[in-house]
Design a protein around this ligand. Structure first.
Ligand code: DGY
Length: 315
């Protein structure tokens, strides 16, 4: 069972190697859709836009042995419910690191340089000409970037930020070996927040990280900080970030992910100092094909009685 349309080459490989029940309509599935489409299934290939809740897992037939998500994040899958049913869960790490890091930089630059306001002006055909004071943003070179969640994507963001002349700081329980990217390690929060002129979030969404960036942490950022989120919307306390954007304590935010997406807080769209994208982190043709192949490699391994490379929860 495949929940969504996938890039052409991935669908071709799927059709070659599997009997596929696919949602051609590319929309969120109802419980009845799950029940009907999984009825004959041995495996489910889902995406981060599909909530594989306990209710969904419990209506899957016992023939389903593996859920392969077309994503690195797996907060949309109830791992506990899968484990109870003996279902293996796999994800697609590594292959979207660079694409997502590119979007983090896009957001960082776009928020700093007021790209959304500039673009809106052009689309409204309202530009009356260059002036020395028009849409002045913030320089990024020479500024400090704080990264929370210094894994693959966080480190790829650091490499890019260093190339723009930024200094990089990261908050982490353990120091990460310097893989050619000089960055300052902060084992605790006291020294970290005040140095973050820019902040980029790369935390996984878990019950512990829900609303991680809250009013207290935002207050410890220097005034005029710029916040970027390409991780998951629910790691941000939207009320607190919107208040900080309104007061100017946070000068701007670049957001690719939203709590409850595709719904999101309307204030984000109303505020001038936001740069918003619709969860495009991994959205290049090459990356989405690589994600599909990685998910299929995991399915292939499982059905060939080999250990899939990317098991996040054993069945
Ligand atoms: C993931 O893989 O978790 C991403 O959010 C998809 O872009």
């Amino acid at each position: 069972m495949v929940t969504r349309r996938l890039p052409g080459p991935v669908e071709e490989r799927l059709a070659r190697d599997y009997d596929v029940v696919a949602g051609r309509d590319d929309r969120p599935l109802t419980l009845d859709d799950w029940r009907a489409r999984s009825a004959q299934a041995d495996a489910v290939l889902c995406t981060p836009a599909d909530r594989v809740s306990r209710e969904v897992v419990e209506l899957l037939p016992p023939t389903v042995r593996i859920v392969a998500t077309f994503s690195v994040g797996y907060n949309h899958v109830d791992l506990g419910a899968c484990a109870e049913r003996g279902i293996v869960v796999t994800n697609t790490p590594d292959v979207l690191t660079d694409a997502t890091a590119d979007v983090a930089l896009l957001l960082l630059l776009g928020a700093a340089r007021r790209a959304a306001e500039g673009e809106a002006l052009m689309r409204a055909r309202a530009w009356t000409g260059w002036t020395p004071t028009q849409l002045l943003g913030t320089h990024v070179g020479g500024k400090s970037l704080g990264i929370v969640g210094y894994g693959r994507i966080g480190q790829a963001v650091a490499r890019r930020a260093l190339a723009f002349g930024m200094t990089v700081h990261y908050l982490s329980r353990r120091e990460k070996a310097d893989a050619g990217s000089p960055a300052t390690w902060h084992p605790d929060e006291t020294s970290f927040w005040p140095v973050c002129q820019f902040l980029s979030l790369h935390l996984p969404a878990t019950p512990e990280t829900r609303r991680y960036l809250d009013a207290a942490r935002l207050a410890r950022l220097p005034r005029g900080a710029i916040v970027v989120n390409t991780a998951r919307g629910d790691v941000v306390d939207d009320d607190a970030l919107i208040a900080a954007l309104k007061s100017g304590h946070v000068a701007a935010a670049g957001l690719d992910v939203f709590d409850g997406e595709p719904d999101f807080r309307p204030e984000y769209a109303d505020l001038p100092n936001t740069f918003l994208l619709p969860h495009l982190g991994s959205a290049t043709f090459e990356t989405r094909c690589a994600m599909g192949y990685r998910a299929l490699d995991n399915l292939d391994a499982y059905f060939a009685n080999r250990e899939p490379k990317d098991v996040v929860r054993r069945g």
